[in-house]
Design a binder for this molecule. Structure first.
Ligand code: ZN
Length: 296
């Protein structure tokens, strides 16, 4: 990170804290939220929920921000990104007047779509048309402390998941990319699609990253926030058979279902709006305000 970029982060973070939008915890990337930031975030949630309802038949599922550790293991996440994962430890008396720590079988959930795959697998063979799931806006955790306020360790991810035949799933992902661009631009954000080169799922690190890029499996929408480089605020991931095979989600023909997910980072979108339009939403362009806070 260049010194200029660090100064830019620090200046924006100071402004957010001074305005009562973020409440520092003393740990990089972990913040409380003031009421105005929360109003922006929940307004986006409501806007998005209406978009989802308008776009078809999504099953609504909600999960806590925790996963059994074996699920992360099974997905290959602990092999590919052990440094990003974090587990829950329990405390117990050590018999010596002190405390001992014991790992539980729970980890913090790193992506809001992860609990969906085992839940759908438990139902047996997928229906012919597949399934579309709205996994809501869950808290997720990535162990990557950063001074950039847009790179939080714990944040809300609004995720949708599609499971089914390969062509259907890929087309769904591509449609949502276009839709994502329209949504973010309608908020006055300068959103641009990019092919991502950080592998987010699967085994094999760099090799997978290269082939993922080539096949355009992971696309992102980036927006300028508090960094010299634009920050990804949404991602559109075609996992092929990765999760279907790992969980045993089967199509009627016996093959592993393909899956895709789209995820919107709610805090990053709120910060992008604040960075673009100013720290007081009352002064934002009326077109943006009306989309976020429609008059009932
Ligand atoms: Zn996902």
């Amino acid at each position: 990170m260049t010194p200029a970029a660090t100064e830019h982060h620090a200046a924006f973070l100071d402004e957010l804290v001074d305005a009562g939008l973020l409440i520092p915890s003393g740990v990089d990337g972990v913040f409380g939220r003031g009421v105005v930031l929360e109003q922006i975030r929940t307004a986006f949630e409501q806007f998005f929920a209406a978009e989802v309802v308008a776009s078809g038949d999504y099953e609504q599922l909600r999960f806590p921000p925790l996963l059994p550790r074996r699920v992360l293991d099974h997905f290959g996440y602990l092999q590919s990104f052990p440094q990003l994962a974090a587990g829950i430890h329990a405390f117990e008396p050590d018999g010596d007047g002190g405390l001992a720590e014991r790992p539980t079988d729970l980890v913090l959930c790193p992506a809001a779509c992860y609990p969906v795959y085992p839940a759908v697998a438990a139902r047996g063979v997928l229906p012919a048309e597949g399934i579309a799931v709205d996994a809501g806006g869950a808290y997720v955790f990535r162990n990557e402390p950063s001074p950039d306020p847009a790179r939080m360790q714990m944040f809300h991810q609004r995720e949708l998941v599609r499971l089914g035949e390969p062509a259907v799933v890929r087309a769904w992902r591509d449609e949502w990319l276009e839709r994502g661009v329209e949504i973010l631009r309608s908020f006055g954000l300068d959103a641009r699609p990019e092919i991502a080169n950080d592998p987010f799922f699967g085994h094999g690190g760099r090799l997978l990253a290269a082939s993922q890029r080539e096949q355009e499996l992971k696309l992102e929408l980036v927006v300028p926030i508090a960094s010299a480089q634009s920050t990804a605020v949404a991602s559109f991931n075609y996992h092929q058979e990765h999760f279907g095979a790992a969980c045993g989600i089967e199509l009627a023909n016996g093959e592993a279902a393909h899956t895709a997910c789209v995820g919107f980072g709610e805090e990053r979108i709120a910060l992008a709006l604040l960075h673009t339009h100013g720290l007081d939403p009352n002064t934002w362009p009326s077109s943006v305000r009306e989309r976020l806070w429609p008059v009932q």
